[in-house]
Ligand binder design. Structure first.
Ligand SMILES: C[S@@+](CC[C@H](N)C(=O)[O-])C[C@H]1O[C@@H](n2cnc3c(N)ncnc32)[C@H](O)[C@@H]1O
Length: 320
């Protein structure tokens, strides 16, 4: 499960979830696993793409369901997750290839591998529990870590760069647009005041600046006041919405007629992009009128699934 979901906590207390940071216990529970397989209509011998392999929960299930001769192309741009996934999928031998690439390059990569067209593509967006809690990259304001937030270390700018280098107006705009944060102005101002004294380097420093910047009533709210700003920085550092847009433009071109596109998203900005593309792209036919949500049992077992939304579409059978 994904950690795009804003964390529901009331204060700056220590994390309540188990500590998955130990290197020997990388952890992530796949969200909407059965539903994803069902909407992908996985069949033996099919060729599938998992654009966000993570720790390979969905990828493994796709390989099992498409056996004995189905094939999977997996994208995972985070180096540690890539290595862990490779290890987990090794028993499937030559039935898969894993690339350390951005899913926004899906067309070029699949063409390079000679795998176009495919039967189905899955995206399970955002962070894994492993990245959130075990990567040391500063994704969570509940931990004291360097402000990095790059899922892929080859990306050019860290959260620390943005926080210390953007103008006040740019910061305000970023926090408002990507975080949908109503106190974006106050937070941007407080960041600029703080960084005049010394550069802001850690998640704890930033969370404290935000905490002090917002009205007291906001601190008593359902979400920690830093939730939305952290989300905004993460989206910007990883260019998550741009990647999703680029992916949505290309995905219909690499699907077979009738091929399935299944996307699990975790916040409204992503879901809106998916919904619009499925509704307006003539090459796609939406299959889910309303998004598929996790069952109450799944949410109680795995609280991070609570904001997941799955949408599915298929490539139109007649070319337009
Ligand atoms: C929610 S996790 C996927 C979990 C996976 N479905 C599982 O069951 O283990 C999302 C993963 O996608 C990766 N990711 C996010 N954006 C990506 C992109 N643009 N290209 C490639 N990988 C990406 C992240 O590094 C993360 O490991």
């Amino acid at each position: 499960m994904n950690l795009n979901a804003p964390e529901k906590i009331l204060n700056n207390s220590a994390p309540r979830s188990p500590d998955y940071s130990q290197k020997d216990k990388p952890y992530h529970e796949s969200v909407l696993l059965e539903e994803a397989l069902r909407w992908l209509a996985v069949r033996p011998g099919g060729v599938y793409v998992d654009g966000t392999v993570g720790l390979a929960g969905h990828a493994q299930a796709i390989l099992e369901a498409s056996g004995p001769d189905g094939f999977l192309v997996g994208f995972e741009w985070n180096e540690s997750s890539y290595e862990l996934a490779l290890k987990r999928l090794r028993p499937f031998g030559d039935r898969f290839v894993l690339v350390r690439e951005n899913f926004a390059q899906i067309k070029e990569v699949l063409e390079g591998l000679g795998k176009v067209p495919v039967d189905g593509i899955l995206l399970d967006l955002g962070l894994s529990s492993f990245l959130l809690e075990g990567s040391g990259r500063g994704f969570s304001f509940l931990r004291d870590e360097p402000l990095d937030m790059r899922m892929d270390q080859r990306l050019p700018r860290t959260a620390k760069d943005l926080v210390n280098q953007l103008s006040r107006l740019q910061l305000e705009e970023l926090i408002r647009a990507y975080g949908e944060e109503r106190f974006a102005g106050r937070i941007a101002r407080a960041i600029c005041e703080a960084r005049r004294k010394a550069p802001i380097k850690t998640t704890r420093e930033l969370a404290e600046i935000i905490w002090q910047a917002v009205p007291a009533s906001y601190r008593r709210g359902r979400l920690h006041p830093a939730t939305r700003t952290f989300q905004a920085l993460r989206l910007a550092v990883n260019r998550e919405l741009e990647n999703l847009k680029r992916f949505l433009e290309q995905a219909p071109e690499v699907l077979k007629p009738g091929g399935r596109l299944v996307i699990i998203s975790f916040h409204s900005l992503e879901d809106r992009l998916v919904k619009q593309a499925f509704r307006h792209d003539q090459r796609l036919e939406p299959l889910t009128k309303k998004p598929i949500l996790p069952s109450p049992e799944e949410v109680s077992r795995n609280p991070r699934a609570r904001s997941a939304k799955l949408r599915a579409a298929q490539k139109t059978v007649e070319e337009v």
